[in-house]
Design a protein around this ligand. Structure first.
Ligand code: BGP
Length: 491
């Protein structure tokens, strides 16, 4: 593998999300969005959702982000200097249609994204645009309750069609919903994924006991409506510009049996199915998997309702299958059939895997798992794949010379890229790799700045202090060599 090169045109780059870095939350006519009412937290303190609206004098990290809104030209030039071929970012619907159903788009918002894409073009960077990255106009949540309301489908498709038409000359790679499968995490998924808000303040968490307001019927119906909206968007994108490539985006969950006890193997298979293939099958194959009914029953979902929805929308789902499968990959997990064992872990990582080390946030680092996951996906779907998020969240400290020597981040990426290369060499069709948080930004799960991912440091802390200046870390030069050598130089 020593002189292995990635395929010509491989999309090396970095990834971001508007609500985590853009800022300008009410600038130039933008409407409020669901993340704008989620406060900051840290590794031990969950983020508070204030569903009634923004509270005067309180700190919400999305409001300023890292102020990409005013720094985009400088930031994209830095990405260009690193040799990015691709930059993943998201559009906020609430910047284009502030209430979600405005008669006319907000011109200042439309212009902002046009300027961003033009700046990418100037730097020879292909934008990869997520149409919905944990973002939803707050006005729609308040008025219609979120994605489980059928009205949302057409409002969102109108927004997607507007973007395909408006940016036709500048963007050809699109993702519909970020980590669409995360909608299935009760609470977290309802708020972040589906715009379904709690009736009272609520601590955003994957395992909160305060769950009286969650309703699996709303969750699964909301997710179904997103499948329909995504399929309609794919159809529209192809019609508006046959060059468009539209992908799904899933939170990649590679899950191993905790032991070779057949019952554990079955438990891990069930988790793989539920976490990856429930959404994957609908969006790639255009229909629910055979075992969907079992899953609905297990989760207390009204099976008759789901069967009716699936039948109602069968043709659209079949016609709007995606062009490629993109995913985030940070860690792997384990599953056991023994509830006592499972109780020792957490919902994401399962029971700690004794063969792996974890990050400071408990995410178990597993580069070889990426290799296994790529093969597993490609065996199942045989469509191009793309890693659109992978990276290491870490506490970065200045060295004695005042600079950031983030060798741990370089090691993390090098190891993952090596295993990607092995999968590609063995026949997996991989389009690209956009490292998550290429510039430091707000963490989605904890709302903090201290969990840093970037090649570029941003001077800002968890409370919003800092002058926002940008600085290169050691990983900046390393990744520049990776991009320039098309992945041959990982040294
Ligand atoms: C994914 C999200 C991103 C991003 C990333 C890292 O789930 O798509 O938005 O934030 O995870 O997670 P975190 O920010 O919690 O470290």
């Amino acid at each position: 593998m020593a002189d292995f090169k990635f395929p010509e045109g491989f999309l090396w780059g970095g990834a971001t999300a508007a609500n985590q870095f853009e800022g300008g939350f009410d600038a130039d006519g933008k409407g409020l969005s669901v993340p704008d009412i989620i406060k900051g937290g840290d590794v031990n303190t969950p983020r508070l959702v204030t569903p009634a609206g923004v509270r005067e004098g309180e700190y919400y990290p999305s409001h300023e982000g890292i102020d990409f809104y005013h720094h985009y030209a400088e930031d994209i030039d830095l990405f260009g200097e690193m040799g990015f071929k691709c930059f993943r970012l998201s559009i906020q619907m609430s910047r284009i249609f502030p209430t979600g159903e405005d008669a006319e788009p907000n011109q200042a918002g439309v212009d902002f994204y046009r300027n961003v894409f033009e700046c990418c073009k100037k730097n020879n960077i292909e934008p990869l645009v997520t149409l919905s990255h944990y973002e939803f106009p707050l006005a729609l949540s308040h008025k219609y309750g979120g994605w489980d309301n059928d009205k949302i489908i057409d409002l969102w498709v109108r927004y997607a069609e507007f973007c395909f038409t408006e940016y036709k000359d500048l963007v050809k790679y699109w993702l519909t919903f970020n980590e669409i499968n995360c909608a299935m995490h009760p609470g977290f998924g309802d708020v972040y994924g589906l715009g379904i808000l709690p009736p009272h303040d609520w601590a955003l968490s994957f395992s909160s006991g305060d769950n009286d307001w969650m309703d699996p019927n709303r969750t699964y119906k909301g997710l179904h409506n997103q499948f329909v909206a995504s399929a309609k968007a794919v159809i529209a994108a192809h019609k508006i510009n046959p060059q468009n490539k539209v992908g799904l985006m899933i939170a990649g969950s590679a899950c191993y049996p905790y032991t070779c006890n057949p019952a554990d193997v079955v438990a891990a298979t069930a988790k793989m199915d539920e976490s990856n293939f429930y959404c994957g099958d609908v969006q790639v194959r255009g229909a629910y998997p055979a075992w969907a009914k079992t899953l609905w029953k297990k989760n207390g979902v009204d099976v008759a309702m789901m069967e009716e929805l699936a039948a109602r929308d069968a043709d659209i789902l079949k016609a709007g299958t995606v062009d490629f499968y993109s995913f985030s990959y940070y860690m792997s997990s384990t599953a056991s059939a023994d509830p006592k064992e499972m109780g020792k872990g957490n919902v994401f990582a399962g029971i700690p895997n004794p063969y792996l080390k974890a990050s400071d946030w408990g995410w178990q680092i597993d580069p070889e798992g990426l290799y296994w996951y790529l093969h597993t996906l490609y065996d199942r779907y045989q469509i191009p794949l793309m890693v659109v998020e992978n990276g290491l969240g870490a506490y970065d400290e200045r060295g004695e010379d005042g600079k950031f020597h983030d060798s741990y981040r370089i090691d993390y990426m090098r190891d993952h890229i090596k295993y990607m290369a092995k999968a590609v060499e063995e026949g997996v069709d991989l389009m690209g790799y956009t490292m998550w948080g290429c510039i430091d930004l707000v963490s989605a799960s904890t709302g903090e700045m201290a969990k840093r991912y970037g090649f570029i440091y941003v001077d800002k802390d968890n409370d919003g202090n800092g002058d926002l200046h940008r600085e290169k870390k050691d990983s900046f030069d390393w990744y520049k060599r990776v991009c320039e050598s098309n992945g041959a130089d990982l040294g």
